[in-house]
Ligand binder design. Structure first.
Ligand SMILES: [Zn+2]
Length: 296
């Protein structure tokens, strides 16, 4: 357990919320998670610095911790880094969601032959959210092979959490420009820009202003850890307040180098007020994902 864990429940109860919704949590096949953790341990170039993982437990332990925090709905963010991997990850995630009713069934995709077919299969099976990771996947999100994928998910209205900012380390296709080309073709897409688009905060806020389907998740943003490397610009606080209805709490649990409470307290100390916090920590995601509504 980590520093401040005992304060998490008091945080949401103090706001009068029924709990938290965390749109950015990682559950994946055990051996993939082990590889991810081994990578963080080396502080390799995609990580860039010392990154001790605060919640390194086996799966059942991690689920118990999240539920103990009062997280009512969460995701299983998975992402392929090579062809032929997405379909396998999606199979695992479907099985995980089937035995984990509080997990929003998650899937992913990669620019490859067959992507449209397996994405349409997921949509037909009731997937609730997709994850795309432009840096790890090292692909152009505007790749022509993904065009029918974006089209299908836009039409279905299923949100896609996309890590497309250039933090913690830039990739060939990171930054606002490639995803802006996707939005120009599919303006109704429901995107959730991971990590507030760190470090290109202003440019991703521009996209959110231009496209009503663009949301941002707070994952790691505003924490001491993120502020040291890529501080959120003070002059953007006004837009952060104005776009508060499209800001969603995410944590990156379990792969975080600090206690979970710090991520929440980093939002509180922004001084945006309780109404903003209630939306960010629960209401906005409940609306976007239909949490609490019957899927029948
Ligand atoms: Zn993540």
């Amino acid at each position: 357990m980590a520093d401040g864990d005992e304060r998490v429940g008091a945080f949401w109860r103090g706001l009068g919320l029924p709990g938290l919704i965390d749109v950015h949590t990682h559950f994946m096949p055990e051996r993939v998670m082990a590889k991810v953790w081994a990578y963080f341990d080396t502080a390799g170039p995609l990580v860039g610095r010392e990154w001790p993982i605060a919640y390194r437990f086996e799966e059942a332990g991690r689920l118990a911790v999240l539920r103990g925090f009062g997280v009512r709905a969460f995701t299983s963010m998975i992402y392929p880094h090579k062809p032929g991997m997405a379909r396998w990850l999606n199979g695992w995630a479907a099985e995980f969601a089937a035995r984990t009713p509080d997990c929003l069934r998650t899937a992913t995709f990669y620019p490859e032959a067959g992507a449209e077919a397996y994405v349409r299969h997921e949509l037909a099976e009731g997937v609730r959210v997709f994850k795309a990771h432009v840096q790890v996947g090292a692909y152009d999100p505007a790749d022509v092979r993904l065009d029918p994928v974006w089209g299908a998910v836009a039409e279905a209205g299923v949100p896609v959490v996309v890590h497309c900012g250039s933090g913690p380390a830039p990739g060939e296709h990171t930054g606002p420009e490639p995803i802006a080309r996707v939005l120009a073709r599919h303006p109704r897409l429901r995107l959730v820009i991971a990590h507030m688009g760190t470090p290109e905060y202003a440019e991703f806020l521009d996209l959110a202003q231009r496209y009503p389907g663009v949301h941002l998740d707070t994952t790691m943003a505003f924490t001491d850890f993120a502020e040291r490397a890529a501080p959120f610009p003070k002059e953007e606080r006004g837009r952060l307040a104005d776009l508060g209805g499209r800001v969603l709490f995410g944590s990156d649990f379990p792969n975080i180098p600090y206690g979970y409470a710090h991520a929440l307290e980093a939002l509180e100390r922004l001084g945006m007020g309780e109404e903003w916090l209630r939306g960010v920590c629960y209401g906005n995601a409940a609306r976007l994902f239909g949490v609490g509504r019957s899927r029948a």
